[in-house]
Design a protein around this ligand. Structure first.
Ligand code: FRU
Length: 740
């Protein structure tokens, strides 16, 4: 995963989590009320309670306080806000028509309720039949007055549809009763105060008795009643209104208490209005003109209706409490969901961060490994190339040195060769510098710093006029065998030239062949290259050191591999010496001399010790100190120990032969001879005889055995021959050592 994908991942997860919460459609509904009073409060409350039945409904309430201008502003604000639906009770029928049509143009559904609009551009109308209300009240009053009496009507706000329609219905009903006189039609504005004022004014000019006052709503008729009672405390005028609100101080109470003789339920039904709104919003079929049912309230049914209304209020309060509780739970649930979501997001971020950190480190490790691998490849390449170049260079410089140092040249030839040698040396230095890239250094200015020491002194042949070798003497027949292993024929040849006067040289072109020759001939020394086909020099060295027959043979590795790690690897394989190319034959000779001397030291040590070591198995002498380098290997010490055991076991057998000794220790005759000779300087036969005499010496000194017994015990068949040999070895007769 790339780091740039992380933000998209988080957004995706957040969206996924949010989408788990289901359908999230929300509806914004604007409610524009013409006035603010208890009837509208009840309506608003019913709307609110009704909306609880739907998810995601938000109501925005506004009241115009009986002002057309304010109501127009409010409706336009709802339109600009982009609400989904507007519910409007127009203050007057025609005045706010432009605002309703504006909403219509913006494709916002409009529900007109209670009061009508002059425009036809609305989605639905819902309200009671006001003409029918007026008619019913007219009939009621006429009936109560038994068709005879004087009646006054107080009208609601001029221009509002209920006022007009209620009046029309009322007047129409009264027309059927000729004995009923409509003594006055007063103008109010739906408020009690307006009716009280109008009635006071009316009573000032009207002197006759008024039997019944019909107020178009309960608030106005109560205002008119106040005026009548103020005018005449004994008045017998009866009153009725419209609304019959079940709330405290509403029409129902006033009818129950006898203040009003009747009222007419003007239904609020906010629940029905919200139901209609949701049908429109969710595109379900609905009635465009919906009439709400209503009924007359008199003293007979007021009490029952009040009780019912109280029950409804109680239930509605319960519902509200329940709703608040649910809201509380919901908000808690939402908070918890957010916390959970954040925890998940943080967890994902954390996992992603851990993953990226891991990737980053993994990538770094991989890059480092790759770099190391490339460096190794480079090193190998340079080593190989340097090997290729250094070898011919060695074969140029060292022979020149050789010729120069022999000193049989004319002056000008000598000078020419010296110059050739100098230039060849320079070329060697240059090649080494270039190829030995790890040692190339640069100063701060970027110039290469010359490091002459890149080629160690021992590797650069120095031309000196003092001859290091005399003219070639031919090797005599007894000269020891030296094995040269190198795949480069020139190197083999050159080494042969350098070494042939001291050693009998045998050659192999690879490690495998070299190993075969080493096992067959048991040479005194092996000089081997490392990089060779079939078997390399390191493996050859390991095999030589791991085989009893050859483990004592010193190995000199002669190679272009000059890295410290490569040298260490060479020594780990068991090499006794490591010389890097280009090499100087003088240095090589000096190394060989050292090794041979160490071996000689070792041999002398064994010559001195062998008899005691081999005879007794205990190192008792420290006559010759040997340095650490020439210590025999653990394997060779074991070999000596085993040889001792074999000799001790078979000493009594006079016919015990070198062949038996060889086969017991697992070596051929030649191998045994060369190995024993190399380690002790004695032949196996000499070693056996020395061991027998040593044992005899020990027996003579420590037991009471006679000469014959001792001679037979240590494997001699004739006591006189034993005595002769003993005298030869120790310079005294055995009888002289006998105890007692
Ligand atoms: C409430 C009210 C009611 C009346 C209705 C007519 O604002 O005045 O009393 O019945 O409006 O629209």
């Amino acid at each position: 995963m790339k780091a740039s994908h992380l933000p998209s991942l988080i957004i995706f997860l957040a969206a996924l989590l949010l989408s788990c919460s289901g359908d999230n459609r929300t509806f914004e509904i604007g409610v524009s009320q013409c006035s603010e009073d208890i009837w509208r409060d009840k309506f608003n409350q019913e709307l609110r309670t009704g909306s609880y039945g739907y998810d995601g409904v938000t109501l925005h309430f506004a009241s115009a306080d009986d002002s057309d201008t304010r109501q127009i502003e409010q409706i336009n604000r709802f339109v600009n806000r982009g609400v989904d639906l507007i519910i409007v009770a127009p203050n007057q029928t025609n005045t706010i028509t432009p605002a309703i049509e504006n909403a219509y143009r913006h494709h916002i559904p409009v529900i007109v309720y209670d009061r009508k609009s002059g425009s036809n551009h609305y989605s639905a109308y819902i309200g009671a039949d006001n003409r029918e209300i007026g008619r019913q009240m007219g009939n009621y009053i006429a009936t109560r007055l038994q068709g005879r009496g004087r009646v006054v009507e107080v009208m609601g706000l001029r221009g509002s549809s209920p006022a007009i329609e209620r009046h029309e219905g009322f007047a129409e009903a009264l027309r059927a009763y000729p004995g009923i006189e409509l003594a006055g039609t007063l103008q109010g504005d739906w408020t009690g105060a307006s009716a009280e004022r109008a009635m006071r004014r009316f009573l000032k000019r009207e002197k006759g008795k008024i039997d019944f006052v019909f107020g178009q709503n309960d608030r106005m008729v109560m205002g008119a009643r106040d005026a009548v009672m103020a005018h005449d405390l004994q008045s017998t005028t009866r009153f009725c209104g419209v609304d019959a609100l079940p709330t405290h101080g509403g029409g129902l109470e006033q009818v129950r208490d006898g203040l009003l003789e009747a009222s007419y339920i003007y239904p609020t039904h906010g629940d029905k209005v919200i139901e209609l709104a949701m049908k429109i919003l969710t595109h379900q079929p609905y009635e465009r003109e919906k009439k709400l049912k209503s009924a007359l309230v008199t003293r007979e049914n007021a009490n029952v209706l009040l009780l019912q209304a109280e029950e409804v209020v109680r239930q509605s309060d319960d519902l509200n409490r329940l709703h608040d509780k649910i809201n509380d739970y919901l908000s808690r649930y939402n908070t918890q969901r957010w916390i959970l979501m954040m925890a998940v997001v943080i967890l994902i971020l954390l996992v992603a961060a851990i993953f990226m950190t891991y990737r980053y480190y993994y990538e770094r490790i991989r890059i480092n490994e790759e770099r190391e691998r490339m460096q190794d490849q480079q090193l190998n390449f340079f080593t190989n190339v340097s090997h290729e170049i250094r070898t011919p260079l060695t074969l140029i410089t060292d022979p020149i040195n050789h010729i120069v140092n022999r000193g049989h040249l004319k002056d000008h030839d000598f000078d020419t060769l010296r110059s050739t040698a100098r230039n060849a040396n320079e070329l060697m230095t240059l090649v080494s510098d270039i190829l030995d890239f790890k040692k190339i250094e640069f100063d701060t200015a970027g110039n290469r710093i010359d490091r002459q020491e890149n080629i160690s002194d021992e590797n650069v042949p120095e031309i000196t006029e003092t001859a290091i070798r005399e003219a070639d003497p031919s090797p005599d027949d007894n000269s020891e065998t030296l094995l040269i292993v190198d795949d480069n024929a020139d190197i083999r040849h050159y080494l042969r030239v350098v070494l042939h006067n001291r050693f009998h040289i045998i050659e192999a072109a690879n490690g495998q062949e070299g190993l075969r020759l080493a096992r067959e001939h048991i040479p005194v020394l092996i000089i081997s290259d490392i990089m060779m086909p079939v078997m390399n020099g390191l493996e050859l060295c390991q095999q030589v050191k791991g085989d009893t027959a050859t483990s004592h043979i010193p190995v000199i590795l002669l190679t272009a591999k000059s890295e410290d790690s490569q040298v260490a690897e060479g020594y780990k394989s068991g090499a006794d010496s490591y010389i890097t190319k280009p090499f100087s034959s003088a240095v090589l000779m000096a190394r060989i001399d050292n090794i041979m001397q160490s071996r000689e030291q070792l041999r002398r040590h064994y010559a001195n010790l062998s008899t005691s070591v081999v005879a007794d198995g205990v190192e008792t002498s420290t006559a010759v100190r040997i340095d650490d380098q020439s210590q025999p290997s653990v394997r060779d010490q074991e070999f000596i120990g085993r040889l001792h055991d074999i000799i001790q076991r078979h000493m009594i057998e006079s016919e015990f032969s070198v062949e038996v000794m060889g086969s017991e220790i697992g070596l051929s005759r030649v191998q045994l001879y060369r190995k024993v000779k190399a380690l002790t300087g004695l032949s196996p036969v000499e070693l056996l005889r020395k061991s027998r005499l040593n044992k005899a010496d020990q027996l003579l000194r420590s037991t009471g055995m006679n000469i014959s017994e001792i001679a037979y015990t240590v494997g001699f068949t004739s006591p006189s021959y034993f005595s002769k040999c003993f005298k030869d070895e120790f310079g005294i007769q055995p009888v002289e050592l006998m105890r007692g």
